[in-house]
Write a protein that binds this ligand. Structure first.
Ligand SMILES: Cc1cc2nc3c(=O)[nH]c(=O)nc-3n(C[C@H](O)[C@H](O)[C@H](O)COP(=O)(O)O)c2cc1C
Length: 364
């Protein structure tokens, strides 16, 4: 019997993985308002350690980076201590875990910012959609455009968070440059109207992502740093697309590839999704431009994941929602067992219910 590629070991840069199944980053909003991960998080992640790679949920690099209540951070010692319990538990269970470094940019609310300040963004353009505050869903507040001299401090916040991620015992970091948050707000011309060195050309719009990735790679070594992109996602904050998503993302992927990173992680559009210009978006072109390990995500099931890794479309496939209700997803996929569809009501907030516990009646 041949083993499908999906279930075989591989390497992402310096990170050895025992199979090609990654847990996609999933915000679960169960941390304290001080950004310390929930005490339940160690159990939650360790239960999922049979995945080749766990990508821990988006984690705020600073107080300013925060856009949602009860999300964890990596900017205080208490947060580091909380995460250390998580990484210790995952390693004891034989898993590998990286953390996703996050700055939400304009996807925030004054009630979540220090002193009720406005959120920051490349340009003063208000996001649509909703952010989650302590009192419920709110429209994102009007952001202010970052001054040129403030940008270096944000890069430094990423570097400090990368150092704290090391102290917390992670195996590496993923830079979140997807889903309508700060780095993607700089990348897309729809959200970036700057006229300085961070706006205008693709090179300028990609500059902040490159500076952040280089700063983080200076801490970890490039071979323990991955980057997440989502060329076609518009869901969060109703973020409009870039006017040339293929060219913009391929140019960034090629620059990232030259750094020798651990992996590129792409939230792919729906199959055969158009890129808004009437053309089909070509994920393989991104992969080729990058040249290193490629993690595919978005709507994959067992068959598509097996096919994508067998054909060489992807080195690894990340599963999001399926990991919420199926901690042993890697085994279930390997043995073709049925999956439990966790109720979306338990995705964000609350305690053990829908996180580390599912009632027996809901078992697969
Ligand atoms: C509850 C929930 C939380 C999420 N949180 C994050 C996050 O923190 N960072 C991120 O990049 N994507 C996040 N996503 C997107 C997922 O990582 C993934 O891209 C999406 O669920 C599609 O993959 P799937 O079809 O396998 O679920 C989240 C999705 C869900 C459903």
């Amino acid at each position: 019997m041949t083993t499908e590629t999906l279930f075989t070991p591989s390497r992402l840069g310096a990170i050895a993985v025992k199979n090609r199944i990654a847990m996609a980053p999933l915000t679960r909003s169960r941390a304290g308002m001080d950004g310390v991960p929930s005490p339940l998080a160690a159990r939650y992640y360790a239960e999922r350690a049979s995945a080749g790679l766990l990508i821990a949920e988006a984690t705020n690099i600073s107080r300013q980076a925060r856009g949602y209540a009860w999300t964890p951070g990596l900017y205080t010692d208490a947060q580091v201590a909380g995460w250390k319990q998580v990484t210790d538990a995952v390693h004891a269970a034989g898993g590998r875990i990286v953390v996703q470094l996050w700055h939400v940019g304009r996807m925030s609310h004054t009630s979540l910012q220090e002193g009720g300040a406005a959120p920051v963004a490349p340009s003063a353009l208000q996001a649509g959609g909703k952010v989650f505050t302590e009192t419920g869903f709110e429209t994102p507040s009007m952001p202010r455009a970052l001054e040129l001299h403030e940008i270096a401090a944000i890069v430094e916040d990423y570097r400090q968070a990368a150092l704290r991620a090391q102290a917390a015992g992670f195996d590496g970091v993923e830079v979140h440059a997807a889903n309508g948050y700060l780095l993607e707000q700089f990348l897309r011309d729809s959200t970036n109207r700057r006229t300085d060195g961070y706006g205008g050309s693709i090179e300028n719009r990609a500059r902040l992502t490159m500076e952040v990735v280089q700063a983080v790679a200076g801490v970890w070594g490039a071979d323990r740093v991955g980057v997440r992109l989502s060329p076609l996602s518009t869901a969060i904050g109703d973020t409009p697309l870039d006017s040339t998503p293929q060219e913009t993302h391929a140019a960034l992927a090629s620059r990232l590839g030259a750094l020798g990173l651990a992996y590129l992680h792409v939230v792919e559009g729906q199959m055969h999704a158009e890129d808004g210009t009437g053309r089909l978006f070509d994920n393989q072109a991104l992969r080729q431009a990058f040249g290193g390990a490629y993690i595919a995500n978005n709507g994959y099931d067992r068959q598509r994941a097996i096919a994508a890794t067998a054909s060489g479309h992807a080195d690894m496939v990340a599963f999001g929602r399926d990991f919420i209700g199926n901690p042993d997803l890697a085994e279930r996929l390997q043995h073709g067992l049925p999956l439990f569809n966790a109720p979306a009501a338990g995705y964000f907030g609350g305690g053990a219910e829908g996180y580390t516990e599912f009632s027996v009646a809901q078992a697969a």
